[in-house]
Design a protein around this ligand. Sequence first.
Ligand SMILES: [Zn+2]
Length: 64
Amino acid sequence: MTETVPTDPRAEADRGRIALWLDPDDLRWLARHCRCPDDAEQDVRDRCARLRFRAGAALHKSGL
Ligand SMILES: [Zn+2]
């Protein structure tokens, strides 16, 4: 299991990212939510997987 690395706001900003605050219930929904159709483009699937992963990671980091 990998160490949880605290988010570095500066590093994230340098990557062009911005913060998004969500309620745990919304994160749980997001982490499980996939309605990609069977014929979805790969980049759509990748984005969906990335969002769901990051939602799950945010919950994990918060100990939820
Ligand atoms: Zn999906």
